[in-house]
Write a protein that binds this ligand. Sequence first.
Ligand SMILES: Nc1ncnc2c1ncn2[C@@H]1O[C@H](COP(=O)(O)OP(=O)(O)OP(=O)(O)O)[C@@H](O)[C@H]1O
Ligand SMILES: O=C(O)[C@H](O)COP(=O)(O)O
Length: 406
Amino acid sequence: MPLETLDDATLDGAAVAVRVDVNSPLTADGALADDARLQAHHDTLAELTDRGARVAVLAHQGRPGGDQFSQLRPHAERFDELLDVPVSYLDATYNQQARDTVEALEPGEAVVLENTRFYSEEYMELDPAVAGGTHLVEGLVPVLDYYVNDAFAAAHRSQPSLVGFQQHLPSYMGRVMEEEISVLGNVDETPRPRVYLLGGAKVSDSVDVAWDVLESGMADQVLTTGVVGNVFLLADGVDIGDASSDFIYDQGYWDQIDRAADLLDAHGDRVRFPQDVAVERDGERHELGLNALPSADGEAAMDVGSETIRLYRSVLESAETVILNGPAGVFEDDLFGRGTRELYAAASEASYSIVGGGDTAAAIRKFDLTGFDHLSTGGGACLRMLTDGDLPAVEALRNAPTVREA
Ligand SMILES: Nc1ncnc2c1ncn2[C@@H]1O[C@H](COP(=O)(O)OP(=O)(O)OP(=O)(O)O)[C@@H](O)[C@H]1O
Ligand SMILES: O=C(O)[C@H](O)COP(=O)(O)O
């Protein structure tokens, strides 16, 4: 089934649940530290309210037990500032009070319901049919006409608010979802040479992507940086020292070293790993070539070094398409931002560039970089989309009933 967009929906007076992804960094006192994800959904919410929908916003924040797990009041207040229509907040999600509030909405009004993950079923990966029978979904469906999914960044999760409503209601992509699918679903049409710059700390996701794009022929080159680069150094037999190795072990990525070694055996001519690294010594950035590793002082490799930057820049300069995910180093620390800043700047010069990842986007903002063609709102979702294709929430949209069937 083709995916339906807001162009296909008759919204005037309709009660619409819209799932967004506004999962954002919070300050110690619970305020939003960054509203980029809220801004990204502005156009979808503005269109829904402008076209007379009565809008119930569903979203999660953080993970149960984590320090970023909180109410959505700050998000609702920020939406109220960003949008031209009133946006209220309700500390309930699917009970009678929530149903009454949604039913009482006037056309063009919106309410942000409480964090979906306050309910245990929401934090489970469920088969869509089971998700359709959860309390959250069954509680809200009676007061809704349509469901809109704009939460691309969470679309790799098969959780009730992401896949359950599509079992009951005519469902549409929001504008963020539509744009992400149209760009990331057509990566294979972007010009060659196509280079993947993979860094950051989610090693198994990046090794998955590297395997997939090298095996399928999608990538002409894969450049590795960050913790991912350190894993490839270990895979090549370089002793990067206990501090960096222990970090990889503690994060549960030890088994990825063998997968990286197999990848080097199979496609070593198209995979690059760092030729030098940066460590902190006496409070300064200090660079070490591979022959100086492991460092006698046991410092951790926190960034790629100048020689790696030079080599990678030359590859990036000859690329037509660059797909970038994950920072090249601990960019949050001024000593180790250089690899990320310089490699991202080179990537932004390519004819076509795609960026995915929350920390990656934060680095781009920190270094004031511009010129990228597509900044994905997703991290894990973007990577999954680049490998497995359809995401569970998108698949559920494809299978949703049409207006006539509902
Ligand atoms: N050499 C390194 N050692 C330790 N941490 C590193 C290193 N290089 C990068 N990092 C860390 O990796 C983190 C970002 O990795 P991650 O894979 O989460 O990025 P992302 O894909 O942009 O974000 P997300 O998937 O969470 O949206 C940053 O906090 C950065 O400090
Ligand atoms: O930030 C994200 O990647 C999405 O909001 C998904 O969050 P999750 O990884 O906690 O499911």
